[in-house]
Structure formats: structure tokens, C-alpha cells
Design a protein around this ligand. Structure first.
Ligand code: SF4
Ligand code: F3S
Length: 104
């Protein structure tokens, strides 16, 4: 599976949802997640994210993100169409410790 990591938090560009062939993105207030049970591992979303927030679970240290994506995708609503990203999205691009400070 591919997963969304903390780099998405408060950037939420949503280019990813437009390309997913199986519509497996789910929307929280400040970030999106992928449902690992639905993702078919096609990889097309990874290069679309301007924040480089999407990674395959074959990368090191992604266990935490697989767990979070799996858990949140059960309660967050499905999103299939891109909306406007936050006005200050670019200010949060590449910022550290976003999970600790802003996850929701
Ligand atoms: Fe969707 Fe493919 Fe990305 Fe999985 S890897 S979330 S199926 S676009
Ligand atoms: Fe987040 Fe990147 Fe999608 S910032 S909403 S994973 S395009």
C-alpha cells in the first residue's frame, strides 16, 4: 500500500484524490489518508503530491503511517474530488513536527 504521511498536514493540496483509480482517499480536517485495504499500489498518486507526503509502505519507518492511515480511513469521509487547499498551505510545506502540533 501507499500511505499519506505528516507532510500532508495543513498543506492538503488534494491533487492526489484526482488521480486515484479506486478513490481510496479519506479526509480529515488537516490531512488526508489512504485506506490501505483499498489501495491497489498503482503508485500514480505519489508524484502528484506537491508536499511529497505520499510514500509506499516499502520505505523505512512507515509502520506508524500505515497504522494511522488504516485507523483514520475507517471514520473519515471519502474524498474523490479536489477542493481548495488551505490559503496558507505553502507556509506549512516541509515544516517539521506537524503531526505533534497540528494533526486533526
Ligand atoms: Fe490510489 Fe494508486 Fe495512490 Fe493507492 S497508490 S492511493 S490506488 S493512486
Ligand atoms: Fe496531502 Fe499531498 Fe494529497 S498534501 S492532500 S497527500 S496531494
Amino acid at each position: 500500500t501507499y500511505v499519506v504521511t505528516d507532510a500532508c498536514i495543513r498543506c492538503k493540496y488534494m491533487d492526489c484524490v484526482e488521480v486515484c483509480p479506486v478513490d481510496c482517499f479519506y479526509e480529515g480536517e488537516n490531512m488526508l489518508v489512504i485506506n490501505p485495504n483499498e489501495c491497489i499500489d498503482c503508485g500514480v498518486c505519489e508524484p502528484e503530491c506537491p508536499a511529497e507526503a505520499i510514500l509506499p509502505d516499502t520505505e523505512a519507518d512507515t509502520d506508524k503511517w500505515v497504522e494511522l492511515n488504516s485507523k483514520m480511513s475507517e471514520s473519515w469521509p471519502n474524498i474523490t474530488v479536489k477542493k481548495d487547499s488551505p490559503a496558507d498551505a505553502d507556509e506549512f510545506k516541509g515544516k517539521e513536527n506537524k503531526f505533534e502540533e497540528y494533526f486533526s
